[in-house]
Design a protein around this ligand. Structure first.
Ligand code: PLP
Length: 388
């Protein structure tokens, strides 16, 4: 049966062109890019080509790109560097809706003696900029605010935020893992010091990512060893994946504007169709500032996990707003921060599209969902209480 994959904010399919670009590095081109011989040297040159392509995606200079193993490593590296480069300063400012790569890193640092300010969002998922501004002190080492949210797709005004933060001489990092390849990012016009992106969210393989560090930014490496990445991130390079990341960045640049219009069309049709056919459905997040590929919809009085299991029978892949961790249903911290009611958080589903989704995919979801939601509501204790 056809797979209807609408979980692209979790991870994406590796593009055929990316797989082809990587293939030689699993076989004949296995040299170590750090080796003196020509055999290794040719791999080194290809890594530098890939670096230039990743840099071009965000209009950075190649030497401003550090390859890492994942978006989480990029985020951790940026924050740790912010703390180590500002010794004596003990405050981290971030938001309540960050990915765990930033959120849990900050919580861990709080247990190690740092003070963390988590800036709130309103019910549309928009950041309170006055609160952010007001929380900056002489003790602030780094501010980290995500570009776009992975759960609801809400885009924060990063240029404005970066200007506020840097006008006070404080380091600013943005987690752009969900924004890269979906929005036109240009670090020449975006006054950020550091920016994270990750390959597997943009049709490159898992296990490769990058941290952009603006020229002149004080930087402390997180992984220390040999001289790779000019001593800023040691460890023999994940060569094939880096090459794939370069190819994926090139493709993203080529497809960006055409993909976005098409994806927005598909997403809007999906969203409108679901809202029309499923009673008590609502969209979570500010629809006026949102990634074109993401729809987060709450089907009230139904369990998201139950919806996922039922749509899974038709090979439809999406995510729910509650994660089944350690045997308990942990409601989404993002939707909680937005003040979404309990019954709506538990029934929330994220559909996230990519350039490989088709009209037929949307038709399949629109055909299957209303029946599933009605059926589950009949069974739901919340539904019965509410006379459904
Ligand atoms: N930041 C955001 C916004 C994400 O969505 C993710 C992954 O879901 C990450 C960071 C972590 O990226 P990675 O899976 O490459 O570690």
């Amino acid at each position: 049966m056809k797979i209807v994959y609408m979980d692209n904010n979790a991870t994406t399919m590796v593009a055929d062109e990316v797989r082809e670009a990587m293939r030689p590095y699993f076989s004949e081109l296995y040299g170590n890019p750090s080796s003196m011989h020509t055999f290794g040297g040719q791999v080194h040159r290809k890594i530098e080509d890939a670096r230039a392509k990743v840099a071009a995606l965000i209009n950075a200079e190649p030497e401003e790109i550090i390859f890492t193993s994942c978006g989480t490593e990029s985020d951790n590296t940026a924050l740790m560097s912010g703390l180590l480069s500002n010794p004596g300063k003990k405050q981290i400012i971030t938001t309540r809706v960050e990915h765990p790569a930033v959120l849990n890193f900050s919580k861990t640092m709080a247990r190690r003696g740092y003070r963390v300010t988590f800036v709130p969002v309103d019910k549309m998922g928009r950041l309170d900029l006055d609160e952010l501004k007001g929380s900056i002190t002489d003790d602030t080492a780094i501010v980290s605010v995500m570009y776009a949210n992975n759960e609801n797709g809400v885009i924060f005004p990063i240029k404005e935020i970066a200007e506020i933060v840097r006008s006070k001489g404080i380091m600013f990092h943005t987690d752009a893992v969900q924004a890269a390849a979906k929005l036109d990012l240009n670090v020449k016009e975006l006054p950020v010091d550091m920016l994270s992106i990750s390959g597997h969210k943009m049709h490159a393989p898992k296990g490769v990512a990058a941290l952009y560090v603006r020229k002149g930014t004080r930087f402390s490496p997180y992984i220390i060893g040999g001289h790779q990445e000019r001593g800023r991130r040691s460890g023999t390079e994940n060569v094939a994946s880096v090459i794939g990341f370069g190819k994926a960045s090139e493709l993203a640049r080529e497809h960006l504007s055409s993909d976005n219009g098409r994806l927005r069309g598909l997403r809007d049709r999906l969203e409108k169709g679901l809202l029309e056919t499923c009673p008590d459905a609502r969209v979570n997040g500010d629809i006026s500032s949102r990634l074109p590929n993401t729809a987060n919809i709450s089907f009230e009085y139904v369990e998201g996990e139950a919806i996922l299991l039922r749509i899974n029978e038709y090979n439809i892949c999406a995510s729910s707003g509650s994660a089944c961790t350690s045997g308990s249903l942990e409601p989404s911290h993002v939707l909680r921060a937005m003040g979404v009611p309990f019954t709506a958080i538990h029934g929330s589903i994220r559909f996230s599209l990519s350039r490989y989704n088709t009209d037929e995919d949307v038709d399949i979801v629109l055909e299957k969902m209303p029946g599933i939601i009605n059926e589950l509501r009949e069974l739901s204790p919340y539904g019965r209480e509410n006379g459904r």
